[in-house]
Design a protein around this ligand. Structure first.
Ligand code: HEM
Length: 417
């Protein structure tokens, strides 16, 4: 394995990384775009063309069992075996298993099905703003944490409602979802890992009971639809179903909340773009697309090389051996000057950002992207419409997660209306 000394290093613990990881990605792209990370025991890939090509490459795998074992992969396999009772999530399976599961899960996420949910999403978002007004006062200038009071609860609430989870059980889902999202990070200590495993087992047990209750219920929600979904006479087993539901929660919640929060910070940074959007709401879709490019939540997706792969880089050819783990960074790819030009670090709602890789690409491309767009657009519009004159009221605090970037706190001042 070629792992020569390099200048640029991938270090998610470096000061300032969580606030703005893009400087480190820029150095990596320039000096060492196919970078061996001792910390991850894996290769970190940061250029647009490489990330895009590998995402679509049928000779890479998402199955960690196909990697040459390292301490990191062993810990992950142990954690998975301790929590999922044999149910496997489609994100971490190759075809043909992946294709079978994806077909069974995909129906409720098609554009036509998602369009039907628009009213539910609007209603939940409006209800949340009304709750805030009841708490803080209408037309008063107030300070609040946008993350805790608005961004974070909403995607879980909406998804619980879509799945038919009783309202009183929703707060614990936020804790569980947080634990699963954290468990995606490759670096953590043993105590934290044990705590996460316990929490994930709790969620699993809750969902087992719920699936059993729903099975004969005739309810009209996504969970009941998934219980009864069949392709060619084959349905999901209970374990498979629960594994997919857990995936949907994490896949759907953290990134959506993260995207809207990151986008608000971006608007504070680029007031002229905010003015453009406020003056012309038909810009909302291209604006969200550009904001996905500029600071979307997904920093890394992981793959396993199944053959030796050679890349031309500024320090010569680098060969990644079969069995190596790759961390591809869509976030870095979306800031690659070679793809986007010299204004890459600026938000520009007139840019055609549709080639961004925030939703991945290839067979694992985001299944929930229509739902993600719907939720993000409704939440973002509500912030523009109902949080009048919104401005920062303190420094944002970023979460320390490496894979899904988002805010822990975003203190803002606004007049709720
Ligand atoms: C802004 C929000 C979102 C972003 C940025 C995002 C991003 C991504 C990315 C990058 C992948 C590919 C992972 C890989 O290649 O390994 C992915 C897959 C996936 N996403 Fe999303 N996602 C978002 C929201 C959602 C929502 C709302 C749902 C559904 C509730 C969802 C469900 C999924 C599922 C099920 C997969 C796995 C697809 C497969 O393996 O075939 N995502 N997402």
């Amino acid at each position: 394995m070629s792992s020569p000394t390099t200048r640029a290093t991938f270090d998610p613990l470096e000061d300032g990384f969580v606030a703005w990881p893009y400087d480190q990605y820029r150095r990596l792209r320039a000096e060492d775009p196919v970078h061996w990370s001792e910390l991850l025991n894996a290769w970190v890939i940061t250029r647009y063309d490489d990330v895009n090509a590998i995402l679509r490459d049928p000779t890479v795998s998402v199955e960690i069992d196909k990697a040459e074992p390292t301490p990191n992969t062993r810990a992950e396999i142990e954690r998975r075996n301790a929590t999922t009772e044999g149910g496997r999530t489609l994100v971490l399976l190759d075809d043909p298993d992946h294709a079978r599961l994806r077909k069974l899960v995909a129906k409720p996420f098609r554009p036509s099905e998602i369009e039907r949910l628009a009213q539910l999403v609007h209603d939940r978002v409006d209800a949340r703003v009304e709750e805030l007004i009841a708490r803080h006062g209408r037309d008063e200038v107030v300070e609040l944490d946008l993350v805790a009071e608005f961004l974070y609860p909403l995607p879980v609430e909406i998804f619980c409602e879509m799945l038919g989870i009783p309202q009183e059980d929703q707060p614990i889902f936020r804790v569980w979802v947080n634990c699963i999202a954290r468990s995606l990070d490759p670096v953590m200590d043993a105590d934290e890992r044990d705590e996460l495993v316990l929490r994930i087992i709790e969620m699993y047990a809750f969902l087992q009971d719920l699936v059993d209750t729903k099975r004969g219920s005739g309810d009209n929600d996504i969970l009941t639809a998934l219980i009864h979904a069949e392709e060619d006479g084959v349905a999901l087993t209970r374990e498979e179903l629960i594994a997919q539901i857990m995936t949907l929660y994490v896949a759907g919640h953290e990134p959506t909340a993260g995207l809207v929060g990151n986008s608000v910070v971006a608007l504070f940074r680029f007031p002229e773009q905010r003015a453009l959007l406020e003056a012309d709401r038909s810009m909302l879709r291209p604006a969200m697309t550009e904001l996905l490019r500029y600071d979307g939540p997904n920093q890394f997706v992981r793959r396993v090389a199944l053959r030796d792969m050679t890349f031309e880089t500024p320090r010569g050819n680098v060969t990644v051996p079969a069995g190596a783990v790759l961390y591809l960074s869509p976030a870095s790819a979306n800031h690659d000057e070679a793809r986007w030009g010299p204004t890459v670090e600026e938000v520009d709602f007139t840019r055609d950002a549709s080639g961004h890789l925030q939703f991945g690409a290839g067979i694992h491309a985001c299944l929930g992207l229509h739902l993600a767009r719907l939720q993000a657009e409704v939440m973002f519009s509500a912030i523009l419409d109902r949080f009048a004159d919104i401005e920062p009221a303190g420094e944002p605090i970023w979460s320390t997660r490496m894979v899904i970037r988002g805010l822990q706190q975003l203190p803002v001042r606004a007049r709720l209306r």
